[in-house]
Design a protein around this ligand. Structure first.
Ligand code: GTP
Ligand code: MG
Length: 304
């Protein structure tokens, strides 16, 4: 029992029961009832403060092939949610490491350069603090780890890493919500270029396998749907002139699977930076499109 709060609760109950035992012998029933009421009030107030102080942890896994835009997405997302009240919830990045990491990366992008691809041995856990309004409001700690896109190979049947049950596998199958990141630049060329058509199919297959594993791990019964919120996030939406509602047609096998097997499923079109420069570098001024919506939608479902 590592948490001292539990020890305090047990000690509190033990002392209360001892006092009650003594009083039972010495005092009148009215006095005992009054003391019992006081103990219950004290215990409730303590539990209330305990729940408020200890945030509930929610884990969102962000899956996406290399170069699909995950790290840029997290960087700009953290800048956008910083100290903002959205739908009655106060969001902010949590802790020094998270703040330093996203601010450093944001500066790189603002200075006109993209980020280096995430290396396979450097997983970074981005943390968000979310606090509900009001005296009964709870606090949440939301974790989104940024793994290198290379890891998605664990869900690619043609890869030698197929179903290697590493920590990434656990990260995906034990998460409370899932974001699937799809690169719109592939959609743009997929109609014409064989290489991109193959990459799209590989990606769809890998995502379907990952979802099957999640469904298995969450022990979803036959005929029932997965409750875990699932957001398909089309990244780099600035590159494509499609209506958001048409995007799912590019990955219809994946979206058909999600409609059939997932209860909470939504598609989002996101551009982390807005229109980029002609030479492919980040814009002078970052103007994200739809970047906070996946988080707000997911958080709402996780709370309910
Ligand atoms: N047009 C456009 N391009 C973007 C955007 N975000 C990222 N990119 C491009 O996508 C590239 C990859 O972005 P990252 O965020 O580093 O990709 P990643 O998914 O983290 O990749 P790995 O770390 O290799 O898994 C960037 O270098 C940019 O060229 C965006 O909002 N719009
Ligand atoms: Mg990355």
């Amino acid at each position: 029992m590592k948490n001292p709060v539990y020890l305090i609760i047990i000690a509190f109950i033990a002392v209360s029961l001892t006092i009650l035992g003594i009083l039972y012998k010495l005092a009148s029933p009215d006095l005992i009832s009054a003391i019992l009421a006081l103990i219950i009030v004290g215990y409730t107030a303590f539990m209330f403060l305990f729940l408020k102080r200890n945030p509930k942890t929610l884990r969102i896994s962000l899956l996406g092939f290399p170069n699909s835009g995950k790290t840029v997405f997290l960087t700009v997302l953290f800048d956008q949610i910083n100290s903002r009240r959205l739908n009655g919830i106060f969001f902010s990045p949590w802790g020094r490491e998270t703040n330093e990491k996203y601010q450093e990366d944001l500066l790189t992008i603002k200075n006109g350069a993209w980020l280096q691809c995430t290396s396979a041995d450097s997983v970074f856990p981005y943390l968000i603090k979310a606090s509900e309004k009001g005296i009964l409001g709870r606090r949440y700690k939301i974790e989104v780890a940024d793994y290198a896109g290379e890891y998605t190979k664990e869900f690619d049947i043609r890869s030698e890493k197929w179903l290697h049950r590493t920590e990434y596998f656990n990260y995906v199958t034990q998460s409370d919500a899932v974001f699937l990141s799809i690169d719109c630049s592939l959609l743009k060329t997929a109609k014409h270029q064989n290489k991109d058509i193959i990459e799209m199919q590989t990606m769809e297959n890998a995502f379907i396998v990952a979802l099957q594993m999640l469904i298995e791990e969450k022990r979803v019964k036959v005929g029932k749907k997965l409750k875990t919120p699932l957001a398909i996030v089309f990244m780099k939406y600035d590159l494509i002139l499609e209506k958001p509602e048409n995007l799912e047609l590019y990955v219809s096998r994946l979206t058909d699977f999600c409609k059939k097997r997932c209860k909470n499923f939504q598609i989002f079109a996101v551009s982390s930076v807005g229109s980029i420069k002609k030479d492919g570098s980040p814009p002078k001024e970052i103007k994200p499109i739809g970047i906070i919506q996946p988080l707000i939608w997911t958080f709402k479902r996780l709370k309910s």
